[in-house]
Design a protein around this ligand. Structure first.
Ligand code: ZN
Length: 244
C-alpha cells in the first residue's frame, strides 16, 4: 500500500487525534523514515482528544509494523497561556454559534500560527524538516489560518527567523472530507479506515457517544456533521481509494 520511496528526512506531524491528523500521520509514515508527533494542550476541555491521540498511535503501531518502525516520540506542548488569551467555544463552556465576523465561535485566533511556530522550534531541536498538518481549504469552516497562503507566508517567516529549511506540508489542503476517507483507504486499507472510525476523535463537544458508521461523536456539531457527510459521500461512491 506504500506509494512512494521514503525520504530520509524526518517529519513532525501536528497530531490532535482527529480524523484529519490521523490521515496526515499515515501520509507521513508512508513517506518519511522518521516521524514524530506533537500535540498541544491549550486548555481544551476535551481530555478525550488527548486520549484519542494515544489510542490512534497505539493502534497504528499494532496494525502496521512497517510504520511502527518509523514512528518515534510523541510530544505534548503546554500552551494553556495562549488558550487563556484566545478563549473561545473550544476552550470555555460556550455554545457553538456563528459570530458577527462570520466565523464559528470555535475559531481560536491564530491557532495554527502558534501551533506551527512551536512545532518548528521542536523540529529544530529534533532535527526534523517537514512539518505536517491537516489544514484544509476545501471543507473548512472559514478559518483564515488554514489557508495555504497563510501557511506559505508562515513557512517563509519560520525559515527566515530560524535559519532553517522547513517545509509546511498540508496533504489535505485540497481534499474534501470524502477524499480524506479515500486517502486513508489508499494508505492503510480497511485497517486504517477502522482505526479512524474506532479511535480518532473529531467532535467539538468532546462526546464519544455511540459508534456511528463514521465513528464516535455527538453527531450534531459542525465537526461531526462534516465527518458524517464525508463518510456518507465516500460510502455512496463505493469506498474508492481515489475520488475525483
Ligand atoms: Zn460532535
Amino acid at each position: 500500500m506504500s506509494s512512494v520511496e521514503p525520504s530520509a528526512d524526518g517529519a513532525l506531524v501536528l497530531f490532535s487525534g482527529g480524523q484529519d491528523s490521523t490521515a496526515c500521520l499515515a501520509w507521513a509514515l508512508d513517506r518519511y523514515e522518521r516521524v514524530e508527533t506533537v500535540g498541544f494542550d491549550y486548555g481544551q476541555r476535551h481530555i478525550v482528544e488527548m486520549e484519542a491521540r494515544q489510542a490512534v498511535r497505539s493502534a497504528m503501531i499494532a496494525r502496521f509494523p512497517a510504520w511502527a518502525a518509523r514512528l518515534g516520540e510523541d510530544h505534548v506542548i503546554d500552551i494553556r497561556g495562549f488558550g487563556a488569551v484566545a478563549e473561545s467555544a473550544l476552550t470555555a463552556d460556550r455554545e457553538i454559534e456563528m459570530t458577527q465576523r462570520g466565523l464559528p465561535s470555535t475559531f481560536v485566533p491564530g491557532r495554527n500560527l502558534v501551533f506551527l511556530t512551536y512545532a518548528a522550534a521542536l523540529a529544530d531541536r529534533r532535527g526534523l524538516t517537514a512539518l505536517v498538518g491537516g489544514m484544509c481549504e476545501t471543507d473548512f469552516s472559514g478559518y483564515p489560518d488554514c489557508r495555504r497562503d497563510t501557511l506559505d507566508a508562515l513557512q517563509t517567516a519560520l525559515n527566515l527567523g530560524m535559519d532553517r529549511d522547513f517545509r509546511v506540508e498540508t496533504p489535505l489542503m485540497w481534499l474534501t472530507k470524502a477524499q480524506t476517507w479515500a486517502l486513508a483507504s489508499r494508505l492503510g486499507g480497511e485497517a486504517l479506515v477502522e482505526i479512524t472510525i474506532a479511535d480518532s476523535h473529531t467532535c467539538y463537544r468532546g462526546e464519544r457517544g455511540e459508534r456511528h458508521a463514521w465513528g464516535h461523536g455527538c453527531g450534531t456539531c459542525p465537526a461531526c456533521a462534516l465527518r458524517a457527510a464525508g463518510y456518507e459521500a465516500w460510502s455512496a461512491a463505493g469506498r474508492p481509494e481515489q475520488m475525483a
